[in-house]
Design a protein around this ligand. Structure first.
Ligand code: GLV
Ligand code: MN
Ligand code: MN
Length: 408
């Protein structure tokens, strides 16, 4: 049994037009009009494949292909939202390969004992509403529904209002569902598979992630008459924090730790005023929870030192944490076997990016299939995965899902 490469290619091409950027990337922020259009298209495809479509209170979409027995589902899927000027693979590829796997089961009239369900998660990226993986987090009971509803984008718009506006505030409870297994295909977003000449990555686990927010209160004043000696510049303290986070990750802790300040909001953000307030994000990740635990007090120290040097006030909040997530050994083995049967060269690896599979792994056995990212690049318009590798990945997903859905 093999997926239909041309059909998959056409489906990817078609969906990639929704939110397409001038350089062939994708800007499809969660719950935007382009996200709605992409959702509508996928729901249409689900219905054409005779899947029973349901939407929950977080806007997660489920398309169920019935099994022959009332058993827990094998779920497959990913997300349709993207980062701004992102690529056309992160997220939607996992949804479309899962759809192609289901279409292939239909082509071959395969009956499975367990239902097979295609899932689309809301707001995986955390680009518009924080934190990331918000809707799978609610589903797993790790994030209260109220907190998710009240998450606001940079313009102050609430997530729940956008869900309603685009017509995806569904009636179903956003809660754990009986789960035989959860499988997610995704691009690697790192260089290992390409370097090893492998088409498929068998993911053993996902690093621990922590997100923090710092608000710095300096003194807004005129850029001309204010002498350097009297200034309290929020952006100078922020710059010091940027450098400090990098030093901590790279030199003080080192190893596999990574640390990023990716978002700065500067006020009033004009040429001739000393910045009065700055908000910045800190993202730190490591395979070891203990190392991440060690990093948080160091971040506090970096922030305190930088702000005291500049004579500014600050607030620091560690608002999101996901522990290291090992995937289920039996699912990992099943994926590895499926890759071999599909004729793919594969290797095992760990994910440095977060995925909804992290929260799904708290609800049942989970695993991920990676396909290579050219140059290791992602979260950018240059994101690219060759179709040959996508085909191997999709066949691996199909065979793993079929095996897990067939058994008791
Ligand atoms: C999701 O893309 C993440 O790893 O932050
Ligand atoms: Mn993703
Ligand atoms: Mn992403």
């Amino acid at each position: 049994m093999k997926i239909d490469r041309r059909r998959l290619e056409q489906t990817i091409e078609e969906l990639s037009r929704l939110g397409e950027t001038a350089n062939g990337g994708l800007t499809r922020l969660a719950l935007s009009d382009d996200d709605r259009r992409a959702r509508d298209r996928v729901v249409e495809w689900m219905r054409t494949a005779s899947l029973a479509v349901r939407v929950d209170r977080m806007g997660n979409i489920f398309g169920e292909r019935a099994g022959t027995a009332p058993l827990p589902s094998v779920m497959m899927g990913s997300h349709l939202d993207s980062v701004p000027t992102g690529g056309r693979y992160d997220g939607q590829l996992g949804v479309l390969c899962a759809l192609e796997a289901i279409r292939t089961l239909d082509d071959h009239r395969v009956r499975t004992r367990h239902p097979v369900t295609l899932v689309v998660f809301t707001n995986e990226e955390g680009a518009r509403f924080q934190p990331a993986e918000l809707a799978s987090g609610v589903m797993a009971g790790k994030i209260p529904l109220e907190d998710a509803y009240n998450a606001r984008d940079k313009d102050g718009v609430r997530l729940v209002d956008e869900l309603e506006r685009i017509g995806y505030l569904g009636p179903e409870p956003c809660a754990a569902r009986p789960l035989r297994a959860y499988l997610e295909l995704h691009i690697e977003q790192g260089p290992l598979l390409e370097e090893a000449g492998c088409s498929v990555g068998v993911v053993e686990g996902i690093v621990a992630i922590s997100w923090s927010r710092v608000r710095i209160h300096g003194t807004q004043d005129h850029a001309g008459p204010t002498p350097m000696r009297t200034r309290h510049d929020a952006l100078v303290a922020a710059a010091d924090i940027v450098a400090g986070v990098r030093r901590m990750a790279k030199e003080i802790i080192g190893g596999d730790m990574v640390g990023t300040v990716g978002n700065l909001t500067v006020s009033p953000n004009i040429v001739n005023a000393i910045p009065g307030t700055v908000t910045l994000s800190i993202d730190v990740r490591d395979p070891s929870d203990a190392t991440l635990d060690r990093a948080l007090p160091m971040i506090e120290r970096v922030v305190q030192d930088a702000c005291e040097r500049e004579g500014v006030r600050w607030e620091l909040q560690h608002y999101w944490r996901v522990p290291y997530t090992p995937f289920d050994p039996l699912v990992v083995d099943t994926i590895e076997r499926a890759a071999r049967t599909a004729g793919a060269r594969s290797r095992r690896l760990r994910s440095g990016a977060g995925h909804d599979a992290q929260y799904m792994a708290t609800l049942g056995p989970a695993g991920m299939v990676f396909v290579p990212s050219r140059g290791g690049r992602s979260h950018c318009e240059e994101e690219f995965t060759p179709l040959d590798d996508i085909e191997y990945g999709a066949n691996t997903l199909l065979l793993a899902a079929a095996e897990l859905a067939r058994g008791e």
